[in-house]
Design a protein around this ligand. Structure first.
Ligand code: HEC
Length: 225
């Protein structure tokens, strides 16, 4: 599959409105994104991910329907970009497990993986508390103080489901993505590598808060909606 060179991604980030046609159309030609989606399950929260494709009139199916439901979805709203030419499926996790998502269009078939991890009530509570609770320690600023405000950077599953746990924890604690692309969004050319521009994104998490924050992020409403 085509990967965007980093410079193109940066140019795109700097001129979001202008990049859609140039960058997304070729990248999304008949692809299925993300290749692997990571989600979670706990009956007290809602864990959803979105799969996107540039193929026309896609038919969607899931190998093990006990792990998740799948249904066609209208395009999500993504700040600064237009994804109305793509087709989407909304996947809602119903138990922990791994399975395959299949998209068929015009006689061609593509597959992607869905990985659903079990989270405990304690994980959910530890994540919510770390996300929201004010602290006098500057390394423990509440995530919500930036991400939950108007215009805050989206880190819901709409953007982050295509990244595994280790990648997300590095972004949170060490302000960097891996050197080579390890995943991508379902809705844009977002396939980052290397350090964040915000180098101060080095937040502290206790051991229980690591799975907690993953449980919290993976159960956020898609794109904040
Ligand atoms: C001071 C404001 C601030 C705080 C506090 C903060 N973030 Fe962020 N976060 C940002 C900004 C800004 C970005 C985008 C950084 C960049 O791309 O350079 C970001 C990016 C991210 C990303 C990656 C999204 C992307 O677009 O690459 C994740 C995941 C994330 N933050 C999670 C968290 C979590 C979890 C916490 C709390 C433990 C947290 N953040 C605390 C401002 C903040």
């Amino acid at each position: 599959m085509l990967r965007l060179p980093r410079l193109a991604a940066v140019a795109c980030a700097l001129a979001l409105a202008g990049c859609t046609g140039d960058v997304e159309t070729p990248t999304y030609d008949f692809g299925l994104f993300p290749e692997v989606a990571h989600s979670g399950f706990n009956p007290k929260a809602s864990f959803k991910v979105m799969f996107g494709t540039g193929a026309t009139d896609p038919a969607w199916s899931i190998e093990d329907p006990s792990v998740a439901t799948i249904a066609p979805s209208p395009p999500p709203k993504v700040a600064g970009t237009t994804v109305s030419s793509m087709s989407f499926a909304l996947v809602t996790a119903t138990k922990a497990g791994e399975t395959t998502i299949t998209m068929t269009s015009g006689g061609r078939t593509l597959t992607a993986r869905l990985v659903v991890k079990a989270y405990t009530d304690e994980d959910l509570e530890a994540g919510r508390a770390r996300y929201e609770t004010a602290s006098t320690d500057p390394a423990r600023a509440p995530c919500a103080s930036c991400h939950a405000k108007e215009g805050g950077v989206d880190h819901s599953p709409l953007k982050m489901a295509g990244f595994d746990d280790a990648t997300i924890l590095e972004v949170i604690q060490a302000a960097t993505y891996p050197a080579s692309s390890s995943g991508r969004s379902a809705t844009s050319a977002f396939a980052p590598t290397g350090p964040l521009e915000f180098t101060g994104h080095t937040w502290s998490l206790t051991e229980p808060e690591k799975s907690g924050i993953l449980a919290h992020l993976r159960s956020l409403p898609l794109g904040g909606l």
